[in-house]
Ligand binder design. Sequence first.
Ligand code: 16G
Length: 168
Amino acid sequence: DFSKAPTKFSPPVSAARPGDGLRVRPLCRADYNRGFLQLLSQLTSVGEVSEEQFLKRFDAMQACPNTYYVTVIEDTTNGQVIGSSTLVVEQKFIHGCAVRGRLEDVVVNNTYRGKQLGKLIIMTVTLLAEELNCYKMTLDCKDKLVPFYSSLGYTLEQGNSNYMMIRF
Ligand code: 16G
């Protein structure tokens, strides 16, 4: 249900009807052989990850109930994973032991541009976060993507949420 989404899809697409030959579904173990890591390498450095390492990490995520929701778009015509985004649900003591959503690792294969798939996958996990009662959903992104995320209802919290880090 995209009725609450601040954006319109034209032509209409939804997680249930992402477009001809496309399917939105949770990540599965077989996706190692469907180009999942090659897709992620369009976002950042992935490194050498063997199938064994991938499966071990997949199982570790599955072992944390209600925490990792990796949603992918599959092109069913060639069996490749062509979009992905992860919702991480963080448990809190604050806000009456609430949960907070984090939007991570959003990527759509650059040869599939213009099909609203970035919008689709973000709205899908954003609505999922809302349905899981997250009190907020946050993300970090490059400056050039701020207008895009703004168009999907995300706002910059001026002066109150600077993004800081230490890289190791
Ligand atoms: C972006 C991603 C983040 C990802 C990071 C990788 C979104 C909304 N943000 O910030 O999830 O983990 O890039 O970059 O997808 P890094 O390799 O520099 O950490």
